[in-house]
Structures are given as C-alpha cells and as structure tokens.
Design a protein around this ligand. Sequence first.
Ligand SMILES: [Zn+2]
Ligand SMILES: [Zn+2]
Length: 343
Amino acid sequence: MKAAVLEQAQNPIVVKNVPDPSVGVNDVLIKVRACGVCHTDLHIVDGMLAAFGYDPFPLIMGHEIVGEVAQVGSEVTHLKPGDRVGAYWQFGCGHCHYCRSGKEQTCITNSRTHNIRHAGVTLPGGYAEYFTVAADYAIPLPDAIEFVDAAPFLCAGLTMYAGFKNAALRPGQRAAILGIGGLGHLAIPIAKAMGAEVIAITSTESKQTTAKQLGADHTINGAGAEAGSKLLAMGGADVVLSTTLNTEAINGAIHGLLPQGTLVLTALTADPLPIIPVQLLAYEKRIIGSLIGTRLDFQELLHLAAQHNIRPMTECYALDDVNTAHARLREGKVRYRAVLTPN
Ligand SMILES: [Zn+2]
Ligand SMILES: [Zn+2]
C-alpha cells in the first residue's frame, strides 16, 4: 500500500510503498478514506517523541482515521466489509482501574512501563491507504456524517467534547474557548449543542467572524493576559477551555473564571504556568488537564454532531501532498483542519 512515512524526526515525510498491515483474528482492516492532520503531528516531526524516550521511526503518523471496513478477522462478528467506521487510537492495557473505567488514554500500566500505545504516535497510523485496528476500537459512524467531516472528531472534536464533559459543563452555563483553530472552532458548536452560552477568544479578526458563524454568542479580541480581564469584564465564564500554547493567555484566563469555574487545559505545552494559590481558593476555581477522550465520549460526540449538524471546517489534501498540508498548518494558514484523503 501507499503510505506517508516519517523516516526520522526533523525530516520531510516520504510517500512510498510499504507492506499492507496484517489483520489478526480480532482486527479489522480499514480502507482509509480520511485522516486528519493534528498539531501533534508537527510536534512529532519536530522531535517530541525522543524527548519522551520513544523511537517509533520509521513512523506512519495520523490519528484521526476513518474509512470503510475492507476485511474482518475470523473472530469478528459485529462488523462487516463496507461498514463505515472511525478508529479509536489510544490503547491501554485493558485491565487496570483506568482502562476498566474506560479511561484508556490514562492507562497506568502503560505509564509505569513507559509504553504509551497511540496509533499514529508510537504505532502505525492513518497517513496510509490501509490501517488495522482491533475491532472493538472501530466505532460505527452515523450515515449523516461524511468521512472528511468525521475524521477531525477523533482528536480535535473529541478533545473539545470530553474537555467540556470533564469540566461538568451544564446547560445555561457560560463556556469560553481560548484559541480558535483546529480544536477551538469545533468547541463552539459542541458547547452550543451542550446548552452553553459561548464566548470565543481570539486575536485574529477573521476568526472572530468565523466564530460568530459557528454559533458563538460573543467574541473577545484578545491575546495574552488581557484576554482574561476582557472575559471578566464581559461577565466571566463557568468553563474556560484552553487550546492555546500561550501560557500568559492561559494564566490570564484564570481571572476570567466565575466562582467554582473550571479552566480546562488541552494543548501540549511544557512551559510552566505561574499559579497564585489564592486566585484559586478564594473563589474555588479549578484547573484541570483533559486528554483527548474515551471511546464512549467519541460515540456520544458522533450522536451530538449528527443531531445538531456539527461539522468541522476542512481543507482536503491527497496523500502525496502531506508535506504541503504540514507546511500550511505550521504557518497557521489551515482553516481549520487539514484532512488527508488517501483513498
Ligand atoms: Zn491530535
Ligand atoms: Zn490500563
């Protein structure tokens, strides 16, 4: 099959022929119809994995994988060739407390054995014509959602939905989204569908216009620390979901939280965050990390998206144009999620 391979970090991605993935008795082979390009993929190209002690190269990246089932293993009875599925891509040990509760992305066994198993990150992913996954991880897609629209739900959309869910966002509450990009643009309709009053925070004027079109009730033109004070002036928020790497903006957002409010961190940054404890305890504010989401979260999000007509804004690229897609993402030009279409 044809695949886009990162031979080593800090190199261009090479499109070439590689062996087809094998299909075990409990697996399904997916003909990849769409695979989203995530900011994490740029971090991988830049060398993030070596910093964490991983060397999965040569690597086929891509963790927003959807397509048609092409083949099923002999033990698989609930899926058949032709079924439309999305591939959940974070695999836990299956037997620890966290895995049993569905939180495979925080599997303690994988953490202790330093064996994080994520498709497209440490295992082969979806920048390819075919991808194999255990059948239990292939989640059926609603007919109403096209492949290209479904792919970004596997990371960008799921991270936003689970972030709000982990913050216990309730109907009628105010949700602010800090940073409107691949993730944040999906957070707007998701928070609306969950019943919130939505405030989009971005310093890019064209993104404020888009945020309104996507259903934001209010927009704030702000970057850095001032975003939080502007949010406070506008009445504050019960939940601030941050997709930005800008720690000044993240820290500023604490000021914009209402009492008992929750700041949700979803973007991968190792930069320190200066926290003043009294800021948190005086009004019982919380800061939480939220990592992607669970298989159940993904299933719920698909229902929500089908019901409320939530779709990402996408740019499509052939597999051969993967480096162009990466370059545009790196330059901040993608509006709003780049998606590869290998088949
Ligand atoms: Zn991602
Ligand atoms: Zn586990």
